[in-house]
Design a protein around this ligand. Structure first.
Ligand code: GLU
Length: 478
């Protein structure tokens, strides 16, 4: 018989910005553990910091979680709507003599800090109001928790093992500010306890809060949950992951054309592993993941590996879906779509031509624009090298042949290109590159016949002639 209660975990972001890679991994580890164990995943927004919390950030967090597919079973609960829980808990601690009102003024606290500094000690509250019996007129009090001064507080962490903290290091924590709002550590404990959270899974930047929180659980008579602190995520330079390392917000990855499954797959491997397997379906992850298997050492965020993984997911995506994604993204690139059947065919052809060559949907869309815009814009270097007087003849000759064709295909174009090569005694690339730059603006594209077929006769002729005219115009000016 299994006597332990069903697992309840939570993700508790502070809504002070976007959801970043680190937060997303914490959410994922909680979600996977809940799904693996058949438990509940609860979403709580820690918005007690009124100055830094914003409604936009809450929206961005919800949108990010939905996009990643991390559905929650309860919430979102907002701390600002749970004041009654914190008030009740603070009253209970006061009544039990486990907390007290502190009337120390700013100046007094400052002097205490200075004195500690002068003694070469860490600034800490000396507990003087524990003994103060009367209110100080004109000073609105804060409420402080009577921290246990002797012995150690031990965190039995599912990832880190036993971590011991010396209680002498902890001073009496403010749990309620003078305006009645709860402080961070207090609200977290009251929430986790009243929400029946059994496992607190979070980043190890919170480890130092844990002994304080354990003492609060004990003071309030609540069972202490299990803790699991996941190691930090670093950049490839071993510094803590930050904006310096490129895109770090989940929605930025969405906009760059990453697949949520690829990001989830990648995030799961940041600290957790299953042998040397790199590619996991969501079902695999749910089946195999266990928070206890997360390693103790920090892992490095490697954008190249994420990109590689995304390429794998992209190649597994159907042409129809890729065509839909490209169509959704094209308008942002200045392409106006008309919804015609010919356009749908072209979208599918573009997806087929670009699927093996792209790693993100955005890269694919950028490469697809040339099939949909009226004019190409030339890459400066490509233009300088390939649209020059020596190539005008080639462009004109290809155009003259294309004009006589009814249909552009590999079968009709191969003899033409081979013929020009032979006649001029040059290699294929000498013909293909100027044509490619004239047609696509760039020196890299899918196969030249494929490009020509997709563009169709009219667009090919227009682009070849425009490029030839451009070179002609340039040389007559010189
Ligand atoms: N609100 C905290 C944060 O965003 C998380 C607190 C916790 O998980 O205990 O970092």
């Amino acid at each position: 018989m299994n006597a332990s209660p069903p697992l309840r975990v939570r993700f508790a972001p502070s809504p002070t910005g976007h959801l970043h890679i680190g937060g997303a991994r914490t959410a994922l580890f909680n979600w996977l553990e809940a799904r693996h164990q058949g438990g509940s995943f609860i979403l709580r927004i820690e918005d007690t910091d009124a100055e830094r919390s914003t409604a936009e950030s809450i929206q961005a967090i919800l949108e990010s979680l939905r996009w990643l597919g991390l559905d929650w079973d309860e919430g979102p609960y907002l701390q600002t709507q749970r004041r009654a829980f914190y008030d009740e808990a603070a009253q209970r601690l006061l009544a039990a003599g486990k907390a007290y009102r502190c009337y120390c003024s700013k100046e007094e606290l400052e002097a205490m800090r200075e004195a500690a500094k002068a003694r070469g000690e860490k600034p800490r509250y000396d507990g003087r109001c524990r003994a103060r019996s009367a209110p100080v007129p004109g000073v609105p009090p804060v409420v402080r928790f009577k921290t246990e001064a002797a012995g150690d507080t031990v965190v039995h962490d599912l990832i880190l093992g036993e971590v011991r903290f010396n209680n002498a290091e902890l001073d009496d924590l403010v749990i309620q500010r003078s305006d009645g709002t709860p402080t961070y550590n207090f609200a977290v404990v009251v929430d986790d306890a009243t929400m029946g959270i059994t496992h607190v899974i979070r980043g190890n930047d919170h480890l130092n809060n844990t002994p304080r929180q354990i003492q609060l659980y004990q003071g309030l008579g609540y069972p202490v949950p299990r803790f699991a602190h996941a190691p930090l995520i670093l950049g490839t330079d071993k510094a803590r992951l930050s904006k310096r390392h490129g895109a770090t917000s989940v929605l930025a990855y969405r906009d760059l054309g990453y697949f949520p499954q690829a990001l989830v797959n990648y995030l799961a491997r940041l600290g957790w592993s299953h042998g040397d397997q790199e590619v996991f379906s969501l079902q695999d992850l749910i089946r195999l993941f266990s928070i206890q298997d997360v390693g103790k050492t920090a892992s490095a965020f490697n954008p190249e590996k994420l990109l590689w993984l995304n390429g794998l997911y992209l190649r597994q995506t159907s042409m129809e879906e890729l065509a839909r994604e490209v169509a959704r993204r094209l308008p942002a690139h200045g392409v106006i779509l008309n919804g015609s059947a010919a356009e749908a065919t072209k979208l599918r052809q573009a997806a087929a031509a670009l699927r093996e060559r792209s790693k993100t949907l955005e890269e694919m869309t950028t490469a697809a624009t040339i099939y949909f815009l009226d004019e190409v814009s030339y890459d400066a270097k490509a233009e300088r090298k390939f649209l020059v007087p020596e190539t005008v003849g080639i462009l004109e000759e290809v155009a003259a042949h294309v004009e006589r064709l009814d249909e552009l295909s590999e079968a009709t174009l191969t003899p033409i290109f081979n013929g020009i090569c032979e006649e001029r005694g040059v290699k294929m690339v000498a013909i293909a590159q100027p044509v490619r730059v004239a047609l696509t603006g760039s020196t890299v594209s899918p196969g030249i016949y494929e490009v020509m077929q997709m563009l169709g006769r009219e667009a090919v002729l227009r682009r070849l002639r425009r490029a030839a005219a451009l070179v002609g115009g340039r040389s007559s000016v010189q």
